[in-house]
Design a protein around this ligand. Structure first.
Ligand code: ATP
Ligand code: MG
Length: 420
């Protein structure tokens, strides 16, 4: 019996992989311009890391993790987000002992047991950045700018930056009190999840996607009115930096983010298209997290960007995506001896950075041409008995149909020039 892929997962097929490579290449180039280095951490970690690092009152930890016992009886969890593993590695390898800040980025699959729907997968993919040891608001602005620069490079438009501050352990309790007071009268109308949130993590109620809860929130006190001087100042400086970077944004005190460990800055970058509506990138500051995970007190700020959603937006906006994975030249051969010659030549071309291929299935000359059309190669080299005798190939321009003879000595030079 044939076994299908698990629900909520997606194969990236060969005709789509160039899109991922294109985005990833842009990410590698862009992060270098901003002084970030890549970090790769394991796909799975000890479950406690996420309970502690993501927070056990979050939806992720309560409902969405892929957790299992390994053969040694340890509780293991597939990464449900990118930050916790990076924080663990930062502490485990004493990266805090080096000169700060530490500017990192990652590309990783992420696993969450969610109800699969458009833009919501059980394995999705994230690009993320984390900066440790930089407490200034300029770095909060930098990462928002970095995310926007990526969208810009990829040709994506019409995304809205929403920012807010959720304060710090100094000022947040005051707000939580005011929020609970406001919600106390409306408690009975809250959804079941929000009733639980009311005690454990009332801020998360602001983020509830239930319409009935959203209705209750009209007129709710906003956290920005409760910030202490330090948090207020941080938020003002962030706004100054965003302004100087030419970034438009909206102050939206309803964004709180799903994760427990945020302090001060929170932000989301939101798409409003028909194909995908929602958050494509979310992040903020988490000055308590490194310490919470057992390291020295170190500030942190970062974001996670959903690449599957990013691609949905690119498709909707019909962004031009260059396909650099195509062959430069295909060899169409007649006879066994010509095939041997073709192998010698494509080896030479490949060693000279020209992407070349030949027939391996025994197609007739006519089908080899049909096949090269399908491959969409710009050039075909033809080798038959005549060409063998004269030490040449016929080089056909697949756009114009023109053919010229090229001596084997010149083949690399001629092709290199043509595909340049
Ligand atoms: P949402 O509110 O949509 O559930 P989230 O707050 O859980 O998002 P984060 O934990 O901040 O999301 O993850 C960062 C980004 O990863 C999101 O902005 C989104 O683009 C993407 N993402 C999160 N969950 C999924 C998923 N199940 N499928 C595809 N992309 C996702
Ligand atoms: Mg979620």
């Amino acid at each position: 019996m044939f076994v299908r892929a698990p629900k909520g997962t997606k194969d990236i097929l060969p005709d789509q992989s160039y899109v991922w490579q294109y985005i990833e290449n842009n990410i590698h180039e862009l992060t270098r311009l901003y002084g970030y280095k890549e970090i790769r951490t394991p796909i799975f970690e000890h479950t406690e890391l996420f309970e502690r690092g993501v927070g056990d009152t979050t939806d992720i930890v309560q409902k969405e993790m892929y957790t299992f016992l390994d053969k040694g009886g340890r509780s293991i969890t597939l990464k449900p987000e990118g930050t916790a593993g990076v924080v663990r590695a930062f502490i485990e390898h004493s990266l805090y002992a080096q000169s700060q800040p530490t500017k990192l980025y990652y590309l990783t699959p992420v696993f969450r047991y969610e109800a699969p729907q458009s833009g919501r997968l059980r394995q999705h993919h994230q690009f993320g950045v984390e900066v440790f040891g930089a407490k200034k608001a300029s770095i909060d602005a930098e990462i928002i700018g970095l995310a926007m620069a990526l969208f810009d490079r990829l040709g994506i438009n019409d995304l809205a930056i929403n920012i807010s501050s959720i304060g710090c352990p100094e000022c947040r309790p005051d707000y939580q009190k005011a929020l609970k007071k406001y919600l106390a009268d409306r408690y009975n109308k809250l959804c079941t999840t929000c009733k639980e949130r009311y005690e454990r993590n009332p801020l998360r109620i602001l983020d509830c996607k239930e319409e009935s809860c959203q209705k209750l929130l009209k007129g709710v006190p906003v956290i920005l009115d409760y910030l202490c001087e330090e948090c207020n100042n941080h938020f003002e400086v962030l706004r100054q930096y965003l302004a100087i970077m030419g970034l438009d944004y909206k102050v939206n005190p309803m964004i709180v983010r799903g994760l427990d460990y945020y302090t001060k800055t929170v932000f989301e970058i939101i798409a409003e298209g028909d194909n995908f509506k929602g958050t494509v990138c979310g992040g903020g500051r988490y000055d308590g997290l490194v310490e919470e995970c057992g390291g020295p007190a170190t500030s942190g700020v970062g974001f996670g960007m959903g690449l599957d959603r990013l691609i949905m937006i690119m498709e909707e906006q019909k962004v031009d995506i260059p396909d650099n994975t195509k062959l430069d030249v295909y060899f169409a051969t007649i006879g066994e001896e010509a095939k041997l010659k073709a192998m010698e030549l494509i080896t030479l071309l490949r060693n000279n950075h020209i992407a070349a291929d030949m027939d391996h299935v025994g197609r007739s000359l006519k089908s080899q041409f049909k096949y090269s059309d399908k491959l969409d190669v710009p050039w075909v080299c033809i080798i038959g008995d005549n060409e063998l005798k004269e030490n040449i190939v016929k080089l056909r321009d697949m756009v114009t149909g023109e053919e010229i003879d090229v001596s084997l000595d010149n083949l690399v030079t001629v092709l290199a020039k043509k595909i340049d």
